[in-house]
Write a protein that binds this ligand. Structure first.
Ligand code: CP3
Length: 353
């Protein structure tokens, strides 16, 4: 179970780091930018380093995590690093049989379908993620004034992988379980919330400067189902980390109809995909939350003038929100030309805040 108090190490002096200023709704010296999945297959230096190492093995090897996390910071000059890891790392660390299959994603050996399956799920002990906290310790001195973002998968998105047994288009077994066996469902999500909270608290205690909760597949739900079956458990995670004082970013894909509920769950910054303009997203969350987003990752395959036009439009829309961290609307696609990403960073940094 999560420790009662957080033993947060002294932070580097990042008071003026544009990313952290923007997440607090202040006026940064420049518009900050980073990219979800910035560390990964779009970078040849990543592919070279990963050539002989499985994904989960890499995530649990501190010097590899450190080097891969630094690669996009060096190459693109982004305003934040995100820890190289995966949402299933804490599940694997706790002893759940899960693998990350190239080109597919997480695959679970024994899917969770019944109350008995739920009861067998292990608890995560912080020492089981020691390779991750060790990697954070290696990263902090290397990063200088660049903030480090820690992250975890939200209970619903983790549950979808566990129940379906792998990636799913329609999440039909997951949606059936929440309705047909609500007690088992809530026990599953409560357990995953505790695991997620333990993982995030371990990252904060090791020194990350912000956290992002990825509820990537929450957009598959109606607002009604989100509020009944998911929100209380994501709220347990976000409220459980509030005392750490680091900004909490809450992100999902296709969540235009859920943005208000996701803000209510207890986020400081709302991640927005490309479907909703940033100023509209800000209105839907009460006009109080800074936003993060929201260039369509597929637009990076268009001609330069088109990419630049979208970047400028998004910066304009972000100026109408109570704070803006530039990002994509979802992760970098593996075939993306890394030079297109570097060019986005240069352009974003040249724009007025
Ligand atoms: O953003 C970053 O640079 C940090 C790295 C990161 C990874 N996974 C590395 C990764 C982050 C933040 C994640 C989170 C993650 N993992 C999410 C939430 C974010 C999102 O994209 O919605 C989800 C849903 C997963 C589950 C997962 N893991 C998928 C869907 C995949 C892709 C499968 C594939 O091969 O196409 C993975 C594997 C994965 N995670 C890779 C990377 C770099 C690719 C594995 C490889 O390089 O061999």
């Amino acid at each position: 179970p999560p420790a009662a108090t957080l033993d947060v190490p002294p932070r580097r002096n990042l008071a003026t780091a544009p990313f952290l200023v923007a997440t607090r709704g202040g006026r940064p010296s420049r518009l900050p930018v980073w990219f979800m999945r910035q560390a990964g297959r779009s970078l040849p230096e990543y592919r070279a380093l990963r050539a002989d190492t499985g994904m989960l093995e890499a995530c649990l090897t501190p010097d590899l995590v450190c080097e891969i996390t630094l690669q996009p910071v060096r190459r693109h000059g982004v305003d934040a690093a995100i820890l190289f890891s995966d949402i299933v790392v804490p599940l694997a660390a706790a002893g759940v049989g899960v693998d990350i299959v190239p080109g597919t994603g997480p695959v679970v050996a024994h899917p969770v379908r019944t109350a008995a399956d739920v009861a067998r799920l292990p608890v995560l002990h912080p020492e089981q993620v020691a390779p991750v906290t060790e990697a954070i310790g290696l990263l902090l001195p290397e990063l200088g004034q660049t903030p480090l973002i820690g992250f975890a998968g939200a209970p619903f998105t983790l549950a979808s992988y566990l129940v379906e047994g792998g990636p799913s288009r329609h999440h039909e077994r997951t949606k059936a379980l929440m309705r047909s066996a609500p007690e088992a469902w809530h026990a599953l999500l409560a357990g995953l919330a505790e695991l997620t909270l333990t993982f995030l608290r371990a990252q904060v205690a090791a020194g990350v400067d912000a956290v992002q909760l990825f509820d990537s597949w929450a957009g598959a739900l109606s607002e009604r189902d989100y509020r009944e079956y998911v929100l209380p458990h994501s709220a347990a995670v976000l409220h459980g980390i509030a005392d750490a004082g680091v900004p909490r970013i809450h992100f999902g894909v296709g969540t235009g109809e859920l943005l208000g509920a996701m803000a209510e769950a207890g986020a400081d910054v709302i991640g927005v995909d490309w479907r909703v303009p940033l100023h509209v997203a800000a209105r839907r969350t009460g006009g109080t939350h800074p936003v993060q987003g929201n260039l369509d990752p597929a637009v990076l395959f268009a001609d330069q003038a088109s990419i630049d036009a979208d970047v400028r439009r998004i910066a304009d829309e972000g100026r109408r929100a109570p704070g803006h961290v530039f990002n994509l609307g979802h992760g970098v696609l593996p075939q993306t030309d890394p030079d297109a990403l570097t060019r986005v960073v240069e352009l974003v940094h040249s724009l007025r805040v």
